[in-house]
Design a protein around this ligand. Structure first.
Ligand SMILES: C[S@@+](CC[C@H](N)C(=O)[O-])C[C@H]1O[C@@H](n2cnc3c(N)ncnc32)[C@H](O)[C@@H]1O
Length: 243
């Protein structure tokens, strides 16, 4: 997988977790499902690493970009694009057929995350793994407050779902316990939780752009450690369907 894609504060921690799983399965061609995989930021590098990836996404434009990107990377034969709604995932994919399912930045926007997570779990073979990325509630409260939007911060902190109301772009945000409970309720065993972008969004651009390698290193050092983890813009959960 191309290093420059993997070494950003947005992706480095997630790729480190995924790489460990790929290394554990070295030699196997994995069947991967990326729900809400968009333009293929994860799907294409996974296909480049030799795996077969199906992307289910609601957006035809995103899927068109995915298809172009896969063709440019020479992996069109290993990437399948399916237009569909994550809320109806159960009807789109075969049960118990997937080694690795990704669901990144999608549970915040679907109608109901409970059946989506149940469908992710059902798509996995026993022993298969799920990589789930969700928006963190604490970071959203802090950044709104730091930007002077105290009313929005208060609404976000008070709302049980972690949304600031109808004008919020996200319908919900999570803390680590809530996200882990959501996956556990679907029968998945949560193995790791990391914070993604603990610092990246808080730093002046000159610092983030001026010291990118140091920032990635610090993000990786803090990602698994509460309280830093719990203040991250996103939470990454790695879970497994019991064998
Ligand atoms: C923020 S993007 C994330 C893309 C990719 N997972 C990533 O992490 O780079 C969210 C993606 O989810 C898709 N999406 C949103 N709602 C969806 C739904 N109900 N079912 C399937 N895909 C959905 C959007 O089209 C978009 O491509």
């Amino acid at each position: 997988m191309e290093q420059t894609r993997t070494l950003t504060p947005r992706t480095a921690v997630i790729w480190a977790v995924l790489r460990a799983e790929l290394d554990r399965r070295t030699g196997d061609q994995l069947t991967v499902l990326d729900v809400g995989g968009g333009t293929g930021g994860f799907a294409v590098p996974l296909a480049e690493a030799g795996h077969r990836v199906t992307v289910v996404d609601a957006s035809p434009d995103a899927l068109a970009a995915l298809t172009r990107r896969a063709a440019e990377a020479g992996v069109a034969d290993r990437v399948r694009a399916i237009q569909g709604d994550g809320d109806a995932l159960a009807g789109l994919v075969e049960p118990a057929a997937v080694d690795l399912v990704l669901c990144h930045s999608v549970l915040e926007v679907v109608d109901d995350p409970v059946p989506v997570v149940a469908a992710l779990a059902a798509a996995l073979r026993p022993g298969g793994a799920a990589s789930v990325l969700v928006a963190g509630r604490a970071a959203a409260v802090l950044t709104r407050a730091m930007n002077g939007h105290l009313d929005v911060a208060a609404a976000l902190a008070a709302d049980p779902a972690g949304s600031a109301g109808p004008r919020d772009t996200l319908r919900r945000r999570y803390d680590a316990d809530g996200a882990a409970a959501l996956l556990a309720a679907a029968g998945l065993v949560v193995e790791e939780i990391h914070g993604v972008r603990v610092l990246a969004d808080l730093l002046p651009a000159a610092v983030a752009d001026g010291q990118p390698a140091a920032l990635v290193e610090l993000e990786r050092a803090l990602a698994a450690r509460p309280p830093y983890r719990d203040l991250a813009a996103q939470l990454h959960l790695f879970a497994r369907r019991p064998a």
